[in-house]
Structure formats: C-alpha cells, structure tokens
Design a protein around this ligand. Structure first.
Ligand SMILES: Cc1cc2nc3c(=O)[nH]c(=O)nc-3n(C[C@H](O)[C@H](O)[C@H](O)COP(=O)(O)OP(=O)(O)OC[C@H]3O[C@@H](n4cnc5c(N)ncnc54)[C@H](O)[C@@H]3O)c2cc1C
Length: 407
C-alpha cells in the first residue's frame, strides 16, 4: 500500500490549488452574500477542466479519475468553503458521468461537451414532497406519447441549480427519476431521463421552478421544480425502462464520495481559521490554545480529519478501480458502502469542527463580519439531507453488514 500520490497527481492537485487561491478564494464571500455564481466563474472552472473532469475525452472531458476529482473538490471547497462552487463542481462530476454510462450516443454527444465547456449543467431531480429518503416511492409520472416521446407530469420538491441553468448559455437540466411502473412496483417501476429545462438557449416553458430561501450555500438555488406535460424524446432516456433505480444509485454513490472530499476541504479551512485564532487570542493572560480544553479538542479534530480523509480517498479509489480500471474484485456494493461512509463521516465531522471553531471565536463568530458561519452552515446542507440523510447512509452501511433481511 502506497499513500503517496504520483508526481502527476500531485502536480494536478497543486495546479488546481493555485488556481483556486488566485481566482476563487477572493470571490467566495461575494458569491455567498450575493446568492449567485456568475457565468465568468463557471467558465473559469471549465477552463481548468474541472467540469466533467471524469468524463471521457470523446466528450471534451479529461478522462480523470475519481481520486483526482476528490482532490480537486477538496481544494475547491478549501478555497471557497461556502460550498456553492464545490457543489456545482461535484454535481458535474457525478450525474453527467451517469449520462455517459447510460445515455444514448445522441444525448451524450449533445450535452456532455457542453458540460465540459461550461455552457450547460446537469444535476439530479429525485426528491419529492412525500419523503426524499424513499427514492423507490417517487411519483412523478413518465408516460409514453407515441413511439418517440414521453410526457412528464409531477413535482420535485428540492432540486438544485434551476436558476443557474436558466442563465447558462446553452442550458442543461437533471437526471430525473420518474415513475413508469405501478407505485407498488417500487424499485422495479422507475426510469431515468435527462430532462433538459434549457436546450440550445431555449427554455422549456412546461418546466417551472420556485426557489426556496436558503440560509447557507447561497450561490446556487434549490427549488421546487414542476413538470407540466413536459415532452421528452426517448433518446434522453437513461437505461432501460423500469430499471432506473440502480442507475440512480450509481450517481448517488459517486456524488457521496465527492461530498466527502468537499466537506473535508471545508473542515480543513475551518480548522485552519480556528488554529490561527486560538494561537493569537489571549484570555486570562495567555493564548487560549494553551488551555487543554481547547488544544485537546483540536487534537481530536485533527485525528478525525485524517481518518475521514483516508476514508473518502479510499471511496474515490474504489470508484476508479471499478469504473476506470474495470478491475475484478471491485463492485457497486463496495462503492455504495464506502460512498455512504464517506458522506456520513466527512460531512458530520466538518459540521462538528465548524461548531467548535465558532465557539473558539467566542461572540465574534455570531456576526456576519466573520465568514466562519458560511462554511459551518454550508456543511449542514449535507448533514440534513442533500444527496441522502445521515440515517440513509447508516441504512446502506447496515444493510451491507447485516443483509437486506435485517434492514
Ligand atoms: C441544500 C439542499 C439541496 C438539495 N438538492 C437536491 C437536489 O438537487 N436534488 C434532489 O433530488 N434533492 C435535493 N435535496 C433533497 C435531499 O436529497 C433530501 O432532503 C433528502 O433525500 C431527504 O429527504 P427529505 O428531506 O424528504 O427527508 P425525509 O425522507 O422525509 O426524512 C426525514 C427524516 O426521517 C429520517 N428517516 C426517513 N426514513 C428513515 C428510516 N427508514 N430510518 C431512519 N430514519 C429515517 C431521515 O433520515 C430524516 O432525518 C436537497 C436538500 C438540501 C437540504
């Protein structure tokens, strides 16, 4: 076992880090406060090859590995810890990959190069108002209209990206999880489509959205998205009819590996802020870092951060073995298990670290003049639910350990 990155991977990470330091770090607070990622920032991410990094060169991607994607995600989040950019980035390195795996040649050729060039975005539309955790219960209906079309009707209650997609030069949309079988068929009645809200600069008027008001991670919106007799050509179907559940889980697994990485980047930034503060803040005549109530907490957090990072890198490494190297002995269940662990461990750790760092800053942390709250609360989006709640991650891990009959 070798814990050292190859010289090429190290150089890649260092280049991304330098780009983020120069271009991204000066703007992250403005993005969070303004509630908007401007187009020029998206173009800059694309120019570094970060959008669709893991996609094939045939579609304009870098054919990068998921470990590289994790390293880049960590750097991006470290330099922009309010996470909007990191979320946009990780979505473009998980859901378009699902399109590459299961989309028709026509759909891939049309959309993926535009993701890589920063002209289009692809996210995920899964959650519905009756309970996002139970993906097998989705109700949004897809029904055949003739041989070549499907009609989508229904609502997704929390979907990231719509207002950014509306402003993209070409457009974009979501991997949409829909009901094609009977509701009691559950997993066996689900089909996925690439549902484009904007295509070739034209917005589809049958898709509307209403943004939620977010208290953090404000650079991108999360909205209720309604599909009102939206017509989708069959060429945008992803995989076989009624076999979409497992395909959707592949996207979630990959996203969860990368969520681990971006929340680690965020935690790293939070801890650095904390360390520099506790070394200089003197109370009762000496730096508060000299009080063991504080330094022991720091030691625990550093230990956990190291362990969490290794877990997340391992999940990404397994994704590379399975998808990129097609190595025997690595399967989707390994990825589901480690992806769930990566998200569960890293996001909750980053949130705990954020809470302690806020406390180390005392009352000053409560005011918006200090940016720490932006990172802390951004991580909370992943603790409460985005791409699966903590309990759902536990359910996946326990199911793997105990067998389906116990969970
Ligand atoms: C900022 C943000 C962005 C998001 N972006 C997207 C997006 O782009 N696309 C998208 O599709 N969704 C998105 N979501 C939604 C997210 O995926 C859901 O919030 C998540 O899947 C949980 O669904 P829910 O909120 O309906 O909670 P519910 O499913 O109603 O769960 C409520 C609580 O019950 C617990 N629970 C449920 N079942 C069990 C069980 N069997 N055992 C133990 N506990 C259980 C859950 O863990 C949770 O704590 C986003 C959410 C947030 C906060």
């Amino acid at each position: 076992m070798d814990f050292e990155l190859s010289p090429e991977t190290k150089m890649f990470r260092d280049n991304i880090s330098e780009f983020c330091r120069r271009v991204i770090a000066p703007r992250w607070v403005e993005i969070d406060e303004g509630g908007r990622i401007e187009q020029d920032v998206i173009r800059q991410l694309a120019s570094q090859g970060l959008l669709g990094l893991v996609l094939s060169e045939d579609y304009g991607g870098q054919n990068g590995g998921f470990l590289e994607a994790a390293l880049a995600g960590e750097e991006l989040a470290y330099h922009a810890p309010a996470l909007s950019l990191a979320v946009l980035y990780l979505l473009q390195n998980s859901w378009p990959f699902v399109v590459e795996l299961y989309g028709s040649e026509e759909a891939r050729g049309e959309v993926l190069p535009r993701v890589c060039s920063g002209e289009a975005l692809v996210g995920i539309a899964s959650t519905e108002a009756h309970g996002g955790s139970d993906v097998a219960s989705v109700r949004l209906k897809a029904e055949r209209r003739g041989d070549k079309l499907w009609a989508l009707n229904g609502e997704k209650s929390m979907v990231s990206l719509p207002s950014i997609i509306e402003n993209m030069p070409w457009g974009g949309g979501w991997v949409l999880i829909s009901r094609t079988g009977k509701i009691e068929d559950r997993h066996n009645g689900i089909t996925n489509f690439l549902a484009l809200m904007k295509r070739g600069g034209e917005t589809d008027s049958s898709i509307s959205y209403k943004p939620w008001t977010e208290f953090a991670r404000r650079g991108l919106d999360t909205s209720i998205v309604t599909f009102n007799d939206t017509l989708v050509e069959d060429k945008y179907r992803l995989g076989e009819v009624n076999r979409g559940f497992k395909i959707a889980m592949e996207g979630f697994n990959l996203a969860r590996c990368l969520i681990g990485a971006v929340t680690i980047g965020c935690a790293r930034w939070l801890l650095e802020q904390g360390v520099s503060w506790i070394k200089q803040r003197e109370v009762f005549g000496k730096p508060i870092a000299t009080y063991q109530a504080i330094s022991f907490k720091l030691a625990d957090h550093l230990k956990e951060l190291e362990a969490a990072r290794l877990l997340c890198y391992k999940a990404a490494w397994v994704a590379d073995k399975y998808y990129k190297e097609k190595r025997e002995g690595f399967g989707l269940r390994d990825l589901a298990y480690l992806g769930a662990m990566s998200k569960l461990k890293c996001a909750s750790l980053a949130f705990e670290i954020g809470e302690d760092v806020m406390k180390w800053f005392g009352g000053a942390s409560y005011f918006k003049e200090l940016p720490i709250f932006r990172a802390w609360l951004a991580v909370f989006s992943y603790v409460v639910g985005a791409e699966g709640t903590e309990n759902m991650m536990r359910l996946i891990i326990a199911r793997e350990a105990l067998g389906r009959e116990y969970v």
